[in-house]
Ligand binder design. Structure first.
Ligand SMILES: C[S@@+](CC[C@H](N)C(=O)[O-])C[C@H]1O[C@@H](n2cnc3c(N)ncnc32)[C@H](O)[C@@H]1O
Length: 193
């Protein structure tokens, strides 16, 4: 099922809304990471720079064929096998992958079942690895889900702790102009969800 309020404006506009190098630097997405998985590649806004920054490969999923096609097209500039783009409903089937260094949930935790999504992300990651979240700041922003479903950092942290699998690794991270991020460490193996 497509996550609520997860449609995209046009690509050129979307990509004015982030300082992508700053997001990567502040979240520690760099050559210290091997394989990584991402939920919702969208236009590949983060996928392409992340695949370049890490030493392993990026596996990225989207429920929209157009998004997979666009990210695949952009991935042509990278070495073969650096990005695997697959059509997949992650909310329905989970990530279907395990043991990666990090799972990325960017601009999606306003979904109906955020805890379940965070469990799926934790399942994909090796113990000691990371789940990295970014989301729109709570308040006036040029895009983003309506405030009644938009989580504040404290809410994201509470959901993550409720999984019993994720521990905050530092506090909320400012990602100007419009976002914040939170890093979580994965504690242990899978539980029921
Ligand atoms: C708001 S966009 C964010 C894209 C990207 N993470 C970014 O920040 O640029 C959300 C993306 O998630 C995808 N999506 C929504 N529901 C999904 C699901 N159940 N499984 C996989 N992808 C999904 C949408 O098609 C869309 O491309």
């Amino acid at each position: 099922m497509k996550l609520r309020d997860s449609g995209m404006p046009d690509e050129a506009y979307w990509e004015t809304l982030f300082d992508v190098p700053l997001v990567l630097a502040r979240l520690g997405i760099d050559s210290s990471l091997g394989d990584v998985v991402e939920l919702g590649c969208g236009y590949g806004t983060f996928s392409i720079p992340i695949a370049r920054a890490i030493t392993g490969k990026l596996t990225t999923f989207d429920i929209e064929t157009a998004m997979i096609d666009r990210t695949t097209e952009r991935a042509a500039e990278l070495p073969n096998g650096k990005i695997i783009c697959q059509l997949r409903d992650v909310m329905e089937h989970g990530f279907g992958i395990a043991g990666v260094d990090a799972a990325l949930v960017f601009n999606l935790l306003h979904c109906d079942e955020p805890e379940r999504l965070l469990h799926y992300a934790a399942d994909a990651v090796r113990p000691g690895g990371q789940v990295l979240v970014i989301h729109w700041r709570y308040g006036e922003t040029p895009r983003g889900p309506s405030l009644d479903i938009r989580p504040r950092p404290e809410q994201v942290i509470a959901w993550a702790h409720e999984t019993g699998r994720l521990q905050t690794d530092g506090g909320p991270i400012d990602l100007p102009p419009w976002h914040y991020g939170v890093r979580f460490r994965v504690q242990s193996a899978s539980t029921d969800h």
